[in-house]
Design a protein around this ligand. Structure first.
Ligand code: COA
Length: 322
């Protein structure tokens, strides 16, 4: 048994194409000022026609391996969180495993929409603490632009593409202090993305695009994330002032600000990436973690609170001593 899993390295990848709010306002009735004021987003990245969740995930994973100074064959667990897998099967994790040239490790996907990376982190942490794995690679990789209806101004302004990676390793020192993940499947109607290939007679006319009642999702996300902050701190017997950084899922600046306020944190203590990335679903929290660590803001020994909320609904948090 190992006591903790610890962050060994992080990586990120953003596709080249930038789509600004002004670009979007050429095709739907919206404006840069409306989008920025209501969401905090100015632009997002769009994957190239040949890119996939596994190809983007590979670039992010190789960066994480480089920072951790680890060889691919030292990884014994790969978990990919994605809502836009390359194929229904094999899993994107298996495709990524092959891209990385790894033969002998377990690889599987997790589908928890925007909370996917926190779910993957929680599962990997259990594997490592139980001694089942020594080095775990977690990747969140999304091509949201392919499941967004670019004629729906309520959703197309929000999402972007990208991949984030995190390498966890067994350690006697903290580490991941705790993870908390939850699901409530009673909210399908508020936020869903159909799978047209598996449709029934009743929903055969649904297109495969994200469908959302944004205002209602917004309110539930704010309340749920406020609640999970308290639960996470209580579970660790910590105070709000013990948290150095909030590393949130990047859905909307107003949701993030409400969580920061709950923690009595200024936005200077929050890693924000959404202005130029939008909501990259399961990649977002890993991209934010990577940015905070690689630009030197997050330092060893500091305490980070990561959190996310997504379709399902699913939600979760991780408290980590970096
Ligand atoms: N540009 C201009 N106007 C828009 C618009 C856009 N892109 N999108 C919606 N509107 C309009 C609406 O039609 C509505 O007009 P009306 O008052 O004439 O009916 C008005 O703006 C208010 O709409 P509403 O949906 O209440 O706006 P909002 O303040 O809730 O902002 C979101 C919409 C989508 C930005 C916001 O609800 C949100 O971010 N929700 C959470 C989404 C989320 O996080 N989802 C993923 C979870 S991981």
């Amino acid at each position: 048994m190992t006591k903790f899993s610890k962050i060994l390295g992080t990586g990120g990848y953003l596709p080249e194409e930038i789509r600004t709010n002004d670009d979007i306002s050429q095709t739907v009735d919206t404006s840069d000022s409306w989008i920025f004021e209501r969401t905090g987003i100015k632009s997002r990245r769009i994957a190239g026609a040949d890119e996939t969740a596994s190809s983007m995930g590979e670039i992010a994973a190789r960066k994480a391996l480089q920072t951790a100074q680890l060889n691919p064959e030292e990884i014994d667990l790969i978990i990919v969180a994605t809502g836009t897998p390359d194929r229904v099967y094999p899993s994107t994790a298996c495709l990524l495993q092959h891209r990385l040239g790894i033969k002998n490790c377990v690889a599987f996907d997790i589908q928890a929409a925007c909370s996917g990376a926190i779910f993957a982190l929680s599962v990997a942490d259990q594997y490592i603490k139980s001694g089942t794995a020594k080095h775990a690679l977690i990747v969140g990789s999304e091509i949201c632009s392919r499941i967004v209806d670019w004629t729906d101004r309520g959703t197309c302004i929000l999402f972007g593409d990208g991949a984030g990676a995190l390498l966890l390793g067994a350690s006697e020192e903290a580490g991941v202090l705790s993870t908390h993940i939850f699901s409530d499947g009673g909210y399908e109607d508020m936020l869903f993305c159909p799978n047209p290939q598996a449709s029934t007679e009743a929903n055969k006319n649904e297109a495969g695009f994200i469908t959302m009642r944004g205002n209602e999702v917004f309110k539930i996300a704010v309340n749920t994330l406020e609640r999970i902050v308290d639960e996470t701190l209580e579970a660790n017997n910590l105070q709000k002032s013990d948290v150095d950084w909030l590393v949130p899922h990047q859905a909307n600046i107003r949701i993030i600000s409400a969580t920061a306020k709950k923690l009595k944190m200024s936005l200077d203590q929050v890693v924000l990436t959404l202005e130029n990335q939008g909501n990259t679903s399961s990649a977002s929290v890993l991209l934010a973690l990577h940015e905070g660590i690689s630009d030197g803001r997050i330092r060893r020994g500091q305490v980070l609170l990561m959190e996310a909320f997504g379709a399902g609904f699913t939600w979760g948090s991780a408290l980590i001593k970096y």
